[in-house]
Design a protein around this ligand. Sequence first.
Ligand code: MN3
Length: 210
Amino acid sequence: MAFTLPDLPYAFNALEPVIDAKTMEIHHDKHHNAYVTNLNGAIDGLSVSDDINALITNLGDIPEDKRGAVRNNGGGHANHSLFWQILATPGAGGGGQPSGELGAAIDSDLGGFAKFQEAFSAAGATRFGSGWAWLGVNSGNKLCVCSTPNQDNPQMGSSVVDCPCTPILGMDVWEHAYYLNYQNRRPDYIAAFFDVINWGQVAENYAAAK
Ligand code: MN3
Protein backbone atom coordinates (compact mmCIF):
# COMPACT_ATOMS: atom_id res chain seq x y z
CA MET A 1 0.00 0.00 0.00
CA ALA A 2 1.35 3.40 -0.93
CA PHE A 3 -0.12 6.87 -1.23
CA THR A 4 0.12 8.64 -4.58
CA LEU A 5 0.42 12.27 -5.62
CA PRO A 6 -2.96 13.44 -7.00
CA ASP A 7 -2.95 15.31 -10.30
CA LEU A 8 -3.61 19.02 -10.17
CA PRO A 9 -7.21 19.52 -11.35
CA TYR A 10 -6.11 22.45 -13.59
CA ALA A 11 -3.04 23.79 -15.38
CA PHE A 12 -0.10 25.26 -13.46
CA ASN A 13 -1.00 28.74 -14.77
CA ALA A 14 -4.74 28.48 -14.05
CA LEU A 15 -4.57 30.63 -10.91
CA GLU A 16 -2.55 33.50 -12.39
CA PRO A 17 -2.14 36.30 -11.54
CA VAL A 18 -2.97 35.35 -7.95
CA ILE A 19 -0.63 32.33 -7.82
CA ASP A 20 1.99 32.07 -10.58
CA ALA A 21 2.62 28.93 -12.65
CA LYS A 22 6.18 28.36 -11.37
CA THR A 23 5.01 28.44 -7.76
CA MET A 24 2.25 25.95 -8.54
CA GLU A 25 4.63 23.64 -10.38
CA ILE A 26 7.23 23.56 -7.61
CA HIS A 27 4.56 23.40 -4.90
CA HIS A 28 2.78 20.41 -6.44
CA ASP A 29 5.55 18.49 -8.21
CA LYS A 30 8.28 19.02 -5.59
CA HIS A 31 6.82 19.91 -2.19
CA HIS A 32 3.65 17.81 -2.23
CA ASN A 33 5.48 14.99 -3.97
CA ALA A 34 8.10 14.98 -1.22
CA TYR A 35 5.41 14.66 1.47
CA VAL A 36 3.96 11.65 -0.35
CA THR A 37 7.38 10.02 -0.81
CA ASN A 38 8.36 10.59 2.83
CA LEU A 39 4.96 9.41 4.09
CA ASN A 40 5.32 6.19 2.13
CA GLY A 41 8.79 5.72 3.60
CA ALA A 42 7.45 6.23 7.12
CA ILE A 43 4.57 3.72 6.79
CA ASP A 44 6.60 1.11 4.91
CA GLY A 45 5.96 -2.24 6.60
CA LEU A 46 3.13 -0.91 8.77
CA SER A 47 -0.51 -1.93 8.46
CA VAL A 48 -2.34 1.42 8.22
CA SER A 49 -5.45 2.91 6.63
CA ASP A 50 -5.18 3.79 2.94
CA ASP A 51 -7.45 6.79 3.65
CA ILE A 52 -5.17 9.74 4.37
CA ASN A 53 -7.76 11.51 6.50
CA ALA A 54 -8.37 8.39 8.59
CA LEU A 55 -4.62 7.90 8.94
CA ILE A 56 -3.94 11.37 10.34
CA THR A 57 -7.05 11.27 12.55
CA ASN A 58 -5.61 8.24 14.35
CA LEU A 59 -1.96 9.20 14.86
CA GLY A 60 -2.01 7.41 18.21
CA ASP A 61 -2.18 4.11 16.31
CA ILE A 62 1.20 4.81 14.63
CA PRO A 63 4.29 3.42 16.39
CA GLU A 64 5.97 6.23 18.32
CA ASP A 65 9.17 6.15 16.28
CA LYS A 66 7.18 6.78 13.07
CA ARG A 67 4.53 9.09 14.47
CA GLY A 68 6.37 12.36 13.91
CA ALA A 69 7.10 11.51 10.29
CA VAL A 70 3.47 10.51 9.68
CA ARG A 71 2.22 13.66 11.42
CA ASN A 72 4.42 15.90 9.25
CA ASN A 73 4.23 14.10 5.92
CA GLY A 74 0.74 12.62 6.27
CA GLY A 75 -0.42 16.07 7.31
CA GLY A 76 1.38 17.53 4.31
CA HIS A 77 -0.31 15.04 1.97
CA ALA A 78 -3.80 15.61 3.44
CA ASN A 79 -3.43 19.39 3.57
CA HIS A 80 -2.23 19.77 -0.01
CA SER A 81 -4.77 17.26 -1.38
CA LEU A 82 -7.50 19.52 0.04
CA PHE A 83 -5.69 22.71 -1.01
CA TRP A 84 -5.61 21.94 -4.75
CA GLN A 85 -9.33 21.14 -4.68
CA ILE A 86 -10.47 24.37 -3.05
CA LEU A 87 -8.73 26.59 -5.61
CA ALA A 88 -10.17 27.68 -8.96
CA THR A 89 -9.42 30.11 -11.77
CA PRO A 90 -10.22 33.69 -10.77
CA GLY A 91 -13.62 34.64 -12.17
CA ALA A 92 -14.32 31.11 -13.46
CA GLY A 93 -15.40 29.40 -10.26
CA GLY A 94 -12.80 31.11 -8.10
CA GLY A 95 -13.60 34.02 -5.84
CA GLY A 96 -16.86 35.68 -4.90
CA GLN A 97 -18.87 34.58 -1.91
CA PRO A 98 -20.63 31.34 -1.02
CA SER A 99 -24.41 31.16 -1.16
CA GLY A 100 -26.83 28.43 -0.11
CA GLU A 101 -26.34 26.48 3.12
CA LEU A 102 -22.68 27.42 3.47
CA GLY A 103 -23.39 31.12 3.00
CA ALA A 104 -26.17 30.90 5.59
CA ALA A 105 -23.89 29.04 8.04
CA ILE A 106 -21.15 31.68 7.63
CA ASP A 107 -23.78 34.27 8.54
CA SER A 108 -25.14 32.39 11.56
CA ASP A 109 -21.94 30.82 12.93
CA LEU A 110 -19.31 33.43 12.04
CA GLY A 111 -21.24 36.69 11.85
CA GLY A 112 -21.22 37.08 8.08
CA PHE A 113 -18.76 36.91 5.20
CA ALA A 114 -16.85 40.09 6.11
CA LYS A 115 -16.20 38.79 9.63
CA PHE A 116 -15.19 35.37 8.27
CA GLN A 117 -12.78 37.04 5.84
CA GLU A 118 -11.27 39.10 8.64
CA ALA A 119 -10.85 36.10 10.95
CA PHE A 120 -9.47 33.79 8.24
CA SER A 121 -7.00 36.46 7.06
CA ALA A 122 -5.86 37.08 10.63
CA ALA A 123 -5.42 33.34 11.22
CA GLY A 124 -3.04 33.18 8.25
CA ALA A 125 -1.27 36.47 8.90
CA THR A 126 -0.56 35.80 12.57
CA ARG A 127 0.69 32.22 12.12
CA PHE A 128 4.37 32.62 13.03
CA GLY A 129 6.63 30.74 10.64
CA SER A 130 4.95 28.07 8.53
CA GLY A 131 1.44 26.70 8.72
CA TRP A 132 -2.15 26.90 7.61
CA ALA A 133 -5.37 28.83 8.14
CA TRP A 134 -8.58 26.78 8.20
CA LEU A 135 -12.32 26.98 7.93
CA GLY A 136 -13.77 23.84 9.45
CA VAL A 137 -16.80 22.18 10.99
CA ASN A 138 -16.40 21.40 14.71
CA SER A 139 -17.97 18.67 16.84
CA GLY A 140 -20.94 20.95 17.56
CA ASN A 141 -21.57 21.10 13.79
CA LYS A 142 -20.62 24.80 13.74
CA LEU A 143 -18.18 26.51 11.40
CA CYS A 144 -14.94 27.66 12.99
CA VAL A 145 -11.78 29.44 11.86
CA CYS A 146 -8.33 28.58 13.18
CA SER A 147 -4.71 28.02 12.26
CA THR A 148 -2.18 25.24 12.76
CA PRO A 149 1.64 25.24 12.63
CA ASN A 150 3.75 23.23 10.19
CA GLN A 151 1.66 20.51 8.45
CA ASP A 152 -0.67 19.85 11.37
CA ASN A 153 -4.29 19.33 10.33
CA PRO A 154 -7.33 20.08 12.52
CA GLN A 155 -8.46 16.45 12.14
CA MET A 156 -5.45 15.38 14.21
CA GLY A 157 -7.58 16.13 17.26
CA SER A 158 -7.32 18.04 20.50
CA SER A 159 -4.10 16.39 21.65
CA VAL A 160 -2.34 17.91 18.64
CA VAL A 161 -4.23 21.04 17.61
CA ASP A 162 -6.05 23.86 19.43
CA CYS A 163 -9.13 23.67 17.20
CA PRO A 164 -10.13 20.09 16.37
CA CYS A 165 -12.52 20.15 13.40
CA THR A 166 -13.07 18.78 9.91
CA PRO A 167 -11.43 21.27 7.55
CA ILE A 168 -13.41 22.35 4.48
CA LEU A 169 -11.08 25.17 3.33
CA GLY A 170 -7.35 25.55 3.94
CA MET A 171 -4.90 28.31 3.08
CA ASP A 172 -1.23 27.38 2.92
CA VAL A 173 0.88 30.18 4.44
CA TRP A 174 4.25 28.44 4.11
CA GLU A 175 6.61 30.73 2.17
CA HIS A 176 6.82 28.07 -0.57
CA ALA A 177 3.15 28.85 -1.37
CA TYR A 178 3.75 32.50 -2.27
CA TYR A 179 7.39 33.61 -2.08
CA LEU A 180 8.21 33.89 -5.83
CA ASN A 181 5.39 36.39 -6.36
CA TYR A 182 4.96 38.03 -2.99
CA GLN A 183 8.32 37.60 -1.19
CA ASN A 184 7.80 38.85 2.38
CA ARG A 185 4.34 40.25 1.64
CA ARG A 186 2.23 37.47 3.13
CA PRO A 187 -0.71 39.85 3.75
CA ASP A 188 -0.86 40.63 0.01
CA TYR A 189 -0.96 36.89 -0.82
CA ILE A 190 -3.74 36.41 1.72
CA ALA A 191 -5.78 39.30 0.31
CA ALA A 192 -5.43 37.93 -3.24
CA PHE A 193 -6.17 34.36 -2.11
CA PHE A 194 -9.88 35.18 -1.82
CA ASP A 195 -9.98 35.60 -5.64
CA VAL A 196 -9.15 31.91 -6.16
CA ILE A 197 -11.27 30.20 -3.49
CA ASN A 198 -13.51 27.59 -5.15
CA TRP A 199 -16.64 28.14 -3.05
CA GLY A 200 -18.54 25.48 -4.96
CA GLN A 201 -16.05 22.88 -3.76
CA VAL A 202 -15.99 24.30 -0.24
CA ALA A 203 -19.80 24.04 -0.15
CA GLU A 204 -19.51 20.37 -1.16
CA ASN A 205 -16.92 19.83 1.58
CA TYR A 206 -19.28 21.51 4.06
CA ALA A 207 -22.20 19.29 3.06
CA ALA A 208 -20.00 16.20 3.52
CA ALA A 209 -18.52 17.32 6.85
CA LYS A 210 -21.61 18.38 8.80
MN1 MN3 B 1 2.54 23.86 0.79
